[in-house]
Design a protein around this ligand. Structure first.
Ligand code: ZN
Length: 478
């Protein structure tokens, strides 16, 4: 249940998937490349290097601002955020401070009772990512750190919410929806390492606020918040004071620890970045065309395909899943919804696969086999598992098609004659169950049907089988 005394606000850093960095021409596509191979004097912060703003990053930030209904002020400004850390060669980060690119928006999210509510967005600002430190420890010597500047100056947007969230679950739903929206906008790639990082502010009404820094997964945010609620409530119960502090979340242990640092905004000595002119882009927002966003697509799925709200929600939560569904829905929208939302997603999660790895053509064929009654649902699952285990990752051309798997494994739905023979055998082999049935124990039918199912390896249609079994049992009556 939503607890009105829990107050949560989020600051979310998202990497924008531009081709080049925020202030130089270095490529952002460095996954798998050697450290420090995508660098230049600008993103290494060498003296005298002048930043040049990436227009695409500005357009992406504006796209997000428009989708979340923020206002874009006439003038925004870049500022230097000064601090020393080895991943920040300039000694400052170029960010935005008192004049962000966009302010005051909203995003609707369901509360824990399933009622929609508006979460206010305070601001969105653009900033550069620092480099990455890699900490090494070895048994024979003290630990040391390596620094990789490939990530230095990757464009980020920071999205800051008002403290409108009331539970860890609500915070997670908010983050899921935000991620999905960013993916629909095609400004963000959630599969990139470090693509999203969250700072979560949490307090219990009437007490000091705690900031949990740098959490890198949504599950982590929910865990950190749950841990903090318990910790803070325990302190309050004991009559102790909650320190206003920054805490770090230790993902592996699921706890937060005090970082003992009491930094505040004054420590950063923000001042306007003298090498970049103020941004005047408020007029650009009108030219930005938004794609269909998750809420609209969900409503369309319900109207166009006649599927349930729950199915539509599951299918539209992820852009790739939504596209996948639409490419197989032709065969039969209702059956496709069940097979994609309820069965396929579970099977691929279990195998740590991605929906991109699944050829739509094969799933479309499988759905057609089920629609035409060629195989039962149970056999369908078997065919799906064979496909996922053996053919994914191979060339789609050489991939065994569902119809061939059905033939090879003999999974064609059993015909009426097959039932008769099997039913006869099962009745003959289980006189006790038959006697139970005649004694009025209707549950005995289920047992007998189960035996036939086993014998036909799930190829028999359960409904037909039940009817046939009932008829056969009537004949055995004296
Ligand atoms: Zn560079």
């Amino acid at each position: 249940m939503t607890d009105k005394t829990v107050i949560i606000g989020l600051e979310i850093h998202c990497q924008l998937n531009t081709k080049t960095k925020l202030f130089c021409g270095c490529s952002t596509d460095f996954q798998g490349d050697e450290p420090n191979t995508h660098v230049c004097p600008i993103c290494l912060g060498l003296p005298g290097a002048m930043p040049r703003l990436n227009k695409q990053a500005v357009l992406y930030a504006l796209k997000v601002a428009k989708a979340l209904k923020l206002t874009v002020p006439e003038v925004s400004e870049f500022s230097r955020k000064n601090y020393f850390y080895p991943d920040l060669p300039k000694g400052y980060q170029i960010s935005q401070y008192d004049k962000p690119i966009a302010e005051k928006g909203i995003m609707e999210v369901d509360d824990d009772e399933g009622h929609p509510k508006n979460i206010r967005i305070t601001r969105i600002h653009l900033e550069e990512d620092p480099g990455r430190l890699i900490h090494k420890t070895s048994r024979d010597r003290a630990g040391y750190s390596l620094v990789d500047y490939n990530r230095s100056s990757i464009p980020l947007i920071e999205i800051v919410t008002e403290p409108d969230l009331r539970s860890p679950k609500e915070a997670r739903r908010f983050l899921n929806k935000l991620r999905s929206t960013l993916e629909y906008l095609e400004v963000f790639d959630g599969e990139r390492e470090g693509s999203i990082r969250v700072d979560a502010n949490i307090s219990i009404k009437g007490h000091n606020r705690v900031e949990c820094k740098n959490i890198s997964s949504y599950k982590g945010v929910e865990k950190a918040l749950n841990f903090e609620i318990t910790r803070q409530r325990n302190l309050i119960r004991k009559g102790q004071r909650i320190e206003q502090e920054t805490r770090h979340f230790l993902e592996g242990r699921g706890i937060t620890t005090s970082s003992r640092s009491k930094e505040n905004e004054n420590d950063y000595r923000y001042f306007p970045e003298p090498d970049l002119r103020p941004l005047r882009v408020s007029g650009w927002i009108d030219d930005i065309v938004l794609p269909e966003l998750p809420d609209a697509r969900r409503e369309r799925f319900i109207a166009q395909y006649g599927i349930s709200e729950n199915h539509a929600r599951t299918l539209t939560g992820d852009l790739k899943v939504a596209n996948f569904y639409e490419s197989v829905a032709d065969a039969d929208p209702a059956i496709a919804a069940i097979w994609v939302a309820d069965i396929l997603l579970g099977e691929i999660n279990y195998r740590s696969m991605r929906i991109d790895d699944v050829p739509t053509m094969n799933i479309g064929d499988l759905i057609a086999l089920i629609r035409d009654g060629t195989i039962t649902d149970k056999s369908g699952v078997e065919v799906l598992r064979v496909m996922l285990d053996h053919c994914i990752g191979e060339d789609v051309e050489t991939c065994e098609m569902p119809a061939d798997i059905v033939t090879r494994l003999g999974l064609t739905k059993a015909a009426g004659d097959d039932f008769t023979a099997e039913i006869g055998k099962v009745i003959a082999a289980n006189p006790n169950a038959v006697a139970d049935y005649h004694a009025g124990k209707k549950g005995a039918v289920n047992f007998l049907v189960g035996q036939v199912m086993k014998a036909t390896r799930g190829r028999a249609d359960p409904k037909e089988l039940n009817t046939a079994m009932a008829d056969a049992l009537k004949e055995t009556e004296e």
